[in-house]
Design a protein around this ligand. Structure first.
Ligand code: ATP
Length: 474
């Protein structure tokens, strides 16, 4: 469809992203045919590609391309002592408030922040939160009755049982963070690879949290995926390593194509720090609507907290022997942590755009376009024969096979409906380039390559298409 005028509109809302995600097969509500299971989501054909592209880019950036990093894939189930040593059994709590009337549950700190405008709510104890809630005589946000309970701590770890559910069964937890797998395997990792302090271990995997108030689409879910790094340093070098990782995290934000003005860094004050941290920064993203600034990623200095606790609980010596200095010490740990779901969501929000356009017939039209960084897009290109005629589809299918092979990436092929509709579909799913095989192709051996963002079209010889795309996708 030819266009004579284009106007950009600020467009992304959570509702639009949820609708697009379902309509185009990115994310479906979990257990959909049973009416769904609240706050569970399944990733469809395009969602799994976007998710895998995010994870692959992260792994390449932080594990493959750095000589001071190695990888690990630890299990979800671990010895229950791990969670005693790490402090999660005692400390991994959120303050819970119930409504006695409608049985709704709320995070007390969120009630204080959202309903009473108290900025440092997370730093308060449950008793302090209760006192403030009682003083304000706050009504239940759900049913309006003034029947909220006192705030009390609620442990967020899911547990299950190994073996028959009886006295012989062993209670275990589903890990609430991937980090502990790295600490517990730290000795094996050191013994079997050639790394020396300072070095880091990267891991991508599922974690589970029994969140009191999950929601906002995939922002807060019960079953999440984390991309975490534990970077081991000399104690006296941990502050410098913290700064290095802060810079590396900003580089990542740019790499995935987020607008930097949508991201800010916020320092935790002393009261807000987790039990294991001496310094924490949150990368926050400015979510649309009432959500506003919320955590995207975290960066923490975990000191030697975890190694010291595991050494003490397991009785295994976890000190590091520094040959050059002939000394032994427990390394300190810098932890950059990235949520896969929050990366996915912010990448979608930032990429979403609507353009008010007018077609050649003067008819108003809205073009929805997902301006994903090409390296993250589910399909890097789509091959479209102009019409479903054998002479065109034969050439198009051949080109499709060649591109898939030579680019070693996912390419789409579509010969259904009119070309305008097919362009719109590819725009909506973020395909950066469409290659159209038309009747001129049969004469000049070239195709039209249409750029998703500018809609500019360029004629490129079929033999040059792989090189052209390879160059542009990078
Ligand atoms: P929040 O304050 O939002 O509860 P958190 O401080 O508990 O997050 P961390 O423990 O630092 O989060 O977890 C590391 C990362 O894992 C977060 O920065 C986020 O990207 C992701 N994450 C944590 N909890 C969830 C969740 N329930 N759903 C989706 N992603 C999550």
């Amino acid at each position: 469809m030819a266009l004579d005028s284009v106007q950009a509109t600020p467009a992304a809302t959570m509702d639009k992203i949820v609708a697009l995600a379902k309509r185009r097969g990115f994310v479906f509500p979990g257990s959909d045919i049973y009416g769904g299971l609240a706050n569970t989501w399944d990733y469809g054909p395009l969602g799994v590609e976007l998710k895998n592209n995010i994870k692959r880019l992260w792994w390449t950036t932080f594990v493959h391309r750095r000589s001071d990093m190695i990888g690990l894939d630890a299990g979800i189930l671990m010895h229950p002592k791990v969670w005693e040593a790490s402090g999660h059994v005692v400390n991994f709590n959120d303050p819970l408030v119930d409504c006695r009337t409608c049985k709704s549950r709320f995070r007390a700190d969120h009630l204080l922040e959202d309903k009473l405008g108290i900025g440092d709510a997370a730093t308060k104890s449950p008793q302090e939160m209760t006192a403030i809630l009682q003083e304000a005589n706050l009504a239940c946000p759900h049913c309006g009755n003034r029947t909220l309970t006192d705030a009390r701590q609620f442990n967020m770890m899911f547990d299950t049982t190994i073996g028959p559910v009886s006295e012989t069964g062993q209670k275990v937890y589903l890990r609430p963070e991937t980090a502990q797998g790295i600490f517990v395997q730290y000795k094996n990792l050191l013994a079997t690879s050639r790394v020396k302090v300072p070095f880091g271990v990267g891991q991508i995997g599922k974690a589970f949290r029994n969140e009191i108030t999950p929601g906002n689409f995939i922002f807060r879910v019960l079953e999440l995926e984390q991309m975490e790094i534990e970077f081991f340093t000399k104690p006296e070098e941990s502050a410098a390593a913290f700064e290095d990782w802060l810079a590396a995290m900003w580089t990542w934000v740019r790499l995935i194509g987020l607008d930097e003005s949508h991201v800010r860094v916020r320092e935790h004050d002393r009261e807000e720090l987790s039990h294991y941290s001496s310094r924490t920064l949150d990368f926050e993203y400015d979510f649309p609507g009432t959500m506003g600034w919320k955590e995207l990623y975290g960066l923490a200095n975990r000191t030697d907290f975890d190694l010291a606790r595991h050494q003490e609980t397991s009785g295994v010596d976890l000190t590091y022997f520094d040959q050059a200095a002939n000394t032994r010490y427990l390394p300190h740990v810098i932890e950059p942590t990235f949520g896969v779901e929050r990366t996915f969501l912010t990448v979608m929000l930032d990429a979403y755009d609507e353009e008010e356009t007018v077609d050649v017939n003067g008819k108003a039209d809205t073009r929805v376009v997902l301006r994903l960084a090409p390296r993250l897009a589910p399909y890097k290109a789509a091959v479209l024969p102009l019409a479903k005629k054998p002479e065109l589809t034969t050439v198009a299918r051949e080109l499709f096979a060649t591109l898939q092979d030579e680019l070693d990436t996912l390419v789409d092929y579509d010969e259904t409906s009119n070309i305008g509709k097919r362009y719109r579909r590819q725009d909506e799913i973020g395909t950066p380039f469409c290659l159209t095989v038309d009747f001129d192709t049969l004469e000049d051996g070239a195709v039209t390559i249409r750029d998703r963002d500018t809609m500019a079209q360029q004629r490129v010889a079929i033999g040059d298409t792989t090189a052209y795309l390879r160059d542009r996708i990078r």
